[in-house]
Design a protein around this ligand. Sequence first.
Ligand SMILES: NC(=O)c1ccc[n+]([C@@H]2O[C@H](COP(=O)([O-])OP(=O)(O)OC[C@H]3O[C@@H](n4cnc5c(N)ncnc54)[C@H](O)[C@@H]3O)[C@@H](O)[C@H]2O)c1
Length: 262
Amino acid sequence: MTVNESITDLMTLDGRVALVTGAGRGIGRAIAMRLAEAGAAVAVADFDADAALRVTEAIRVAGGSAEAAPADVADEADVKTLVRACSEQMGGLDVVVNNAGIFPVRPVLEMATADFDRVLSVNLRSAFLCTREAALAMVDQGRGGSIINVTSVDALHPSMVGLAHYDASKHGMWGFTKNVALELAPHGIRVNAVAPGGVLTEGVREMGAGSDEAVAAFAERVPLQRMGDPDDIARAVLFLAVPMSGYMTGSQVVVDGGLLLR
Ligand SMILES: NC(=O)c1ccc[n+]([C@@H]2O[C@H](COP(=O)([O-])OP(=O)(O)OC[C@H]3O[C@@H](n4cnc5c(N)ncnc54)[C@H](O)[C@@H]3O)[C@@H](O)[C@H]2O)c1
């Protein structure tokens, strides 16, 4: 690393390969679009194959490079196949964004064991599986890498009742981020987290929090007076992916419009 690198060089992902999970819509889609704009070839991984294809097409139309990668990232065999495809068909793996996540509201008194297990699997086990497989590939490549875990303000403080399983998964993801950052640092692999506040996405609409009234009520709680846009999160992820953040590892960047200040 030299001190006089230009801002352009520090912000580019030219010649790099990025894998984004849950990239078929919402925050993951915005992340995939920004990483592609920065020059990365992006593997658009999603459970929903049609959604992954649509995002891949949107990236190509914008002049970027992408491959659709249908996968259940909670499934070990799927993750192994996914990472192998990046290494063998896309030329390697330099950036991984563990974004796929679910947030079904369920009071703990009504929570089935299967509810808890599913949330932990999709949100936390997936990050472990993708990180392990990607890190093995990155160590093999010998050119370092950047792994970014999309946590939540709920990794630090609960936002509402009914998300005990979700909060457990996101607190776990933050602990996982710090420990893995320590372990992978000698290989030049940085591991950081981005913690979004409330962001208007398809998933949030499905949980019933996307109506005009709900969005306005949420905005009133936010010091910056609006709900987040998926691209607000994508910009922070981009920063952690590019050389600009080359001396950051084990950090969690909160992107919440100031929500946690209240
Ligand atoms: N939207 C928010 O307000 C908010 C706030 C804090 C954190 N987050 C986190 O951001 C991430 C994205 O949230 P979002 O609001 O964009 O969600 P979303 O529901 O709009 O999109 C999630 C995407 O992940 C995919 N997905 C789900 N399970 C998967 C699996 N097992 N394998 C592969 N893909 C899978 C879905 O098909 C979907 O395309 C999640 O980790 C979420 O916890 C969101």
